[in-house]
Structure formats: C-alpha cells, structure tokens
Design a protein around this ligand. Structure first.
Ligand code: FCA
Length: 327
C-alpha cells in the first residue's frame, strides 16, 4: 500500500514537472519589422519590463524582410524559446510564418500588423493585438478639420497629402478613417492626393510627398495624414523643402513615440500639428505578458485585442502621455 501511494505521489510530481514551466525557464521572442523606429524600441522596452517583473527572458530580433523573418524564427527555435510575438515586415508572409513557427514548435502571436492569407483575409486563428485603426484615423481627420476651421481656411483651397502604404490593411484603415472624417467635415474629395511610400519610414514619405507638392505647386494650404508619425513627418519635411510655412500646413500623425515628441520639443512649431498617441506599453508589455501566461500557465491569449489612441498636440502631449502611463 505504501509503495502504491509513493508511486502515485511520484507520478503526480512527474505530471507537475511536465506541465509547470518555471518563469526562469521561459524565453519569449519579439520580432519587429523596423527596429530603428522609436515605436518598436518602445514596444521592446515594455516587453522587457514585463520580463523583468515576471522573471522571463525576451529575445529581441529585427527582421526587415521575409528572409530575415524566416531565419529569425529558426534562430529563436534554436535558442530554446517557447513562443514569440511578431510585427511582420509584410503581412502576406502570414502562412509562411505560421508554418515556420509550427516547425519550430513555437507559440505565435502578432502585434500591430495582422497576418493575412493569399487572398488577403486575416489569419483569425493567430492571436493579435492591433490598434483600432479606422477610429484612430477618424480622430486624425477630425483634429485636422477642426484646425482648418480654426485657421479660417477655405477647404476648397486646401490640398491633402494621403501618405499611403496600401499593401498594409491597418495603414489603409487609418488613412481611410481620416478621409471619412475630413469628408464629413466638408473637405472636398478631389483635393486629396495620394503619396504612396515605398517603405514605412520618414525618408520614403518625404520622397512621396515631394512629388505631390511639386505637382500642385499652386496650392497654398496643405494638410497631411498617414500610417504613423514617420509618414506625416516625411510630408512635413517635404513641405519645408518647398518653402511652405508651418502656418500653412497641418499634419497629424499616429504613434506618439520619440519621432513625434522630438518634433514637439522644437523651439518653433512646425507643420507637425499633432499625433494620436497609441500605447507601446499595451502592445509591448501586454503581448509579452500574454505570451508568458500561455507558455507558463497554458492560458491562451484572446484572439483579437484592439487598442485605442488619444489625440495630443504640442501643448498637451506630456499630460496625454502621463494619462496613458507611457512616460
Ligand atoms: C504599424 C506601423 C507602426 C505603428 C504600428 C502600431 O506597424 O508601421 O509605425 O504605427 O503599426
């Protein structure tokens, strides 16, 4: 009888050992498409904060193209990581990323940019945290429309730069949200000019916007919106290079990381009028924590979480950041 009990006890321990992963053994990968962008630096920072608090390790890898994504996932597998979070450089890599994760026995979650299949449909089985893109875009459009009215501009005489990256669904939702709000405020659709950027950084946005501004050199007042702060900053830099004064330009970005903050800190106001601050803390800390819970405690993450944003201007961004807990 005693040995029977001992056997049960031993069995119980064996099961516990097999199912209970200790925090110190948990390693989570965090792959981002543009490691130099302040937004992604912040996501990493907050993921590491979660790791420090819970005692797990975060392995950070930047992957700017499909090939690098593939080798990054293999690399994580070889390092004994149990799961990873990714913001992919191309959402169409979706099925390949899922297959690679499975081949390496890794749990997978996405952040910011949601994976799609060959027909462009979201991979709904992969847990994702993104922003409420349309709504945040609308906030951008409303902020611009209000400022146009405040400055007393005639909307018919205003040109709009739609800095676009249409292969990324969240980018389309963001700019279309802005356009919907502008139109609702009476902005003429025919004054909106597309500036497709080759990459989602400031330089690509500057190049795309310069083309639009040169083509419509007769337009006096300009507004700009896009996927993120970098897109709008590119448009602002383009306006400066062709001599448009800051008082004739209203750009509102999305993000609120250092790219925007450094612009607000400049002694003189530029055409970068505002930004909708989104939360790198939720996207970095919470995704890392959710992955940890999945690995360590078998608690599956929610399939879809969409986070909100808050408009910030030069004069109030510090307060807005504080309220969001992202100082
Ligand atoms: C996309 C953009 C980033 C950031 C993120 C939330 O990945 O490229 O700049 O806005 O969504």
């Amino acid at each position: 009888m005693r040995s029977f009990k001992a056997a049960i006890l031993a069995g119980t321990f064996a099961i516990m050992a097999a199912t209970n992963v200790f925090a110190a053994d948990v390693k989570i990968g965090f792959i981002v498409k543009q490691p130099e962008e302040p937004w992604f630096q912040d996501e990493w920072k907050f993921a590491e904060q979660a790791g420090k608090e819970k005692g797990f390790t975060v392995v950070k890898i930047g992957a700017e193209d499909g090939e690098k994504v593939q080798s990054a996932i293999d690399n994580l597998g070889a390092q004994g990581v149990q799961g990873f979070i990714i913001c992919t450089p191309d959402v169409k890599l979706g099925p390949g990323i899922v297959a690679k994760a499975e081949a390496n026995g890794l749990k997978l979650m996405t952040v910011d940019d949601r994976l799609v299949d060959a027909s462009g449909n979201a991979l709904e089985d992969v847990a994702h945290m993104g922003i409420s893109a349309t709504k945040i875009g609308e906030t951008v459009g409303q902020a611009i429309a209000e400022e146009i009215k405040k400055r007393g501009w005639d909307m018919k005489q205003v040109g709009a730069i739609r800095v676009s990256y249409d292969s990324l669904p969240t980018a389309v939702d963001r700019v279309e949200g802005a356009i919907a709000a502008l139109k609702a405020a009476g902005f003429p659709a025919e004054n909106i000019y597309d500036a497709p950027q080759a990459k989602t950084d400031t330089e690509a946005a500057l190049n795309a916007s310069t083309t639009v501004l040169n083509k419509h050199a007769d337009v006096k007042y300009w507004i700009a919106f896009g996927l993120n702060d970098e897109a709008v900053l590119g448009a602002v830099r383009a306006s400066e290079s062709v001599g448009i004064p800051a008082s004739n330009f209203i750009g509102v970005g999305i993000g609120g990381a250092d790219s925007a903050i450094n612009e607000f800190k400049k002694a003189d106001a530029t055409g970068f009028f505002g930004t909708v601050i989104i939360s790198p803390k939720r996207h970095g800390y919470e995704t890392a924590l959710n992955m940890y819970e999945w690995v360590a405690n078998s608690k599956e993450p929610e399939k879809l979480i969409l986070t909100s944003g808050a408009l910030a201007l030069r004069g109030d961004y510090e307060k807005v950041r504080k309220d969001l807990g992202i100082e």
